[in-house]
Every structure is written in structure tokens, then in C-alpha cells.
Design a protein around this ligand. Structure first.
Ligand SMILES: [Fe+2]
Length: 274
């Protein structure tokens, strides 16, 4: 299997999957174990590990939605930006440090997979700009809540990033293929690569966003691990192809696309110190 396969699958089929080596599936399993441990603490403890603007660390239920603010996504979240645990309030406390350690270990796994995708796309488009995704992307772990009344735990939406690398510990994810929402069959030990609206802008529409939703199967527990891949946020980047896409401020789109889901602007990394 060549390194360019995920990129070709995105172009041919609109989504892709990436297999994880066995050692990396163990890193993912440890992350899920630590996530379950963190999220089953009391709310007061968890809130201490979230920033006031909800960009870093714990984000309670009710802050994020897919279509309408009166139908929040049925999950709380934890976000880990740019492989930097110090951005999480109280990061050294024993109520969060083991979880952050597991996030750091999984960061390498997810970033390697994202690198495969972006390297393949750069090769396909003859693209030379460095997207510096490692300083502008984040991991998000979603801890789903039980609600017997909801048919969908997240309503149909597209993500506002280049790609999302998604994996879940249970069924529920549905993706739009052939005009219909169908259960995503990703397979154990694989990441699903879902293109987002920033990639659509970068490719002048050649890769449309993958619409998705989460069906409620009344599971006892559901954990989703997402790697949200952004281009650099501090200055504009060139699109992969300019065909019809001239003048689009890709970085501004990536910084502000969370607003349609109730999220604050993405944090712009500090410039490197001399
Ligand atoms: Fe999503």
C-alpha cells in the first residue's frame, strides 16, 4: 500500500480509511481507558480543567451543536491543542495528568496519519507550502450522554477543518454516501478520514465535505476520538488548486468555522521566540 492511498481515496470516493499498526491500537485503547476515567469524575472537578472560552480542555454538555443551539450535541468534550498540555487549566493535577499523558501519546499516532493524508494531497497537487498542521490542529475526545428521547446524538453536519480523523468505540456514526445517510463501516483498528469544509475550499470544490451524523443506539458508553486537522492559522495559505478558488482566505475560514457550531475562534499559535 502506497503512502498516497488516503489522498487518492479522498479524491475518488470522498472519504478514506487508514489502518493503525498494532502498537498504535494499544495507544488508542489506553486513551479510551483514560478518557473514561476522566469523564466519570464529578462535574465540578472536570470544569476546573476547562478554559473559560471553551477552547482548551473540558467543555461541558450544551456548548456545541450541529445545526441548532436548542439541540446540543449529546456529549461533553475534551480538547487538546497542538500537543501542548500546558494550555489545559490545572494540567499538573492528578485529576487530569494521566489523561493528558494518554492524549500526548495518541497525538503522535494521529499526526502521523494526518501527515500521510497531507503528503499525498501535496504530491497530487504539486503543492509546496508547509501547512504546519501540528501547531494548529487538535485532538477532541467526545464522551456521549444517554438520552432515550433523541434519535440522533449529533445532527447531520460537516466539519470545518481540512480533515477529521475519527474513531469510535461503538456504532452510531453515519456518513452521506450516494445521497443517503448510511452507517459508516470503518473496521477495527482503522481511522476514518472525513474531509471538511476547509479542504473543500483548498481544492476549489474537488473534494466536498463529508456530511455525517451520530445515531443513538442507546449504548451504555460511547467515546469518539477525533483529530481535527487545520492548516496554519497565523497567515493565509495557498489553496491546493486555484481553479475557481482564488481569493479565499483559507486561514480565516479555519479560524472561524467553529462559530456555526457555537464554538469560539480557533486559537492562533504564538509566534516562535527567537
Ligand atoms: Fe463532526
Amino acid at each position: 500500500m502506497s503512502l498516497t492511498d488516503p489522498a487518492h481515496d479522498l479524491l475518488d470516493r470522498g472519504h478514506a480509511t487508514i489502518p493503525l499498526p498494532t502498537a498504535d491500537t494499544e495507544v488508542l485503547a489506553e486513551l479510551r481507558t483514560q478518557a473514561a476515567w476522566f469523564f466519570t469524575q464529578d462535574e465540578e472537578t472536570k470544569v476546573r480543567h476547562g478554559s473559560r472560552d471553551f477552547n482548551f480542555g473540558y467543555r461541558p454538555y450544551g456548548r456545541q451543536y450541529s445545526i441548532s443551539p436548542d439541540r446540543p450535541d449529546m456529549n461533553s468534550s475534551f480538547t487538546y491543542w497542538a500537543d501542548d498540555p500546558t494550555k489545559v487549566p490545572g494540567h499538573e493535577a492528578d485529576t487530569v495528568a494521566p489523561f493528558l499523558k494518554a492524549l500526548g501519546a495518541y497525538w503522535r499516532v494521529a499526526a502521523d496519519a494526518a501527515d500521510q493524508v497531507l503528503t499525498g494531497l501535496a504530491r497530487h497537487y504539486g503543492y509546496c507550502d508547509d501547512l504546519e498542521f501540528r501547531t494548529s490542529s487538535y485532538l477532541e475526545v467526545n464522551w456521549y450522554l444517554r438520552d432515550p428521547a433523541r434519535d440522533l446524538l449529533q445532527d447531520r453536519h460537516e466539519d470545518g477543518h481540512l480533515v477529521t480523523l475519527a474513531t469510535s468505540d461503538g456504532p452510531g456514526l453515519e456518513i452521506e454516501t450516494g445521497g443517503a445517510m448510511k452507517r459508516a463501516t470503518v473496521g477495527d483498528g482503522r481511522l476514518l478520514v472525513m474531509p471538511g469544509s476547509v479542504l473543500t475550499a483548498m481544492t476549489a470544490g474537488q473534494i466536498p465535505p463529508l456530511y455525517h451524523q451520530v445515531r443513538n443506539h442507546q449504548l451504555e458508553r460511547r467515546i469518539t476520538t477525533l483529530f481535527l486537522v487545520n492548516p496554519r492559522l497565523d497567515r493565509n495559505v495557498a489553496p491546493y488548486t486555484a481553479a475557481g478558488g482564488e481569493g479565499v482566505d483559507i486561514a480565516a475560514l479555519a479560524r472561524t468555522s467553529g462559530s456555526m457550531f457555537g464554538l469560539p475562534p480557533a486559537p492562533v499559535p504564538d509566534p516562535p521566540t527567537a
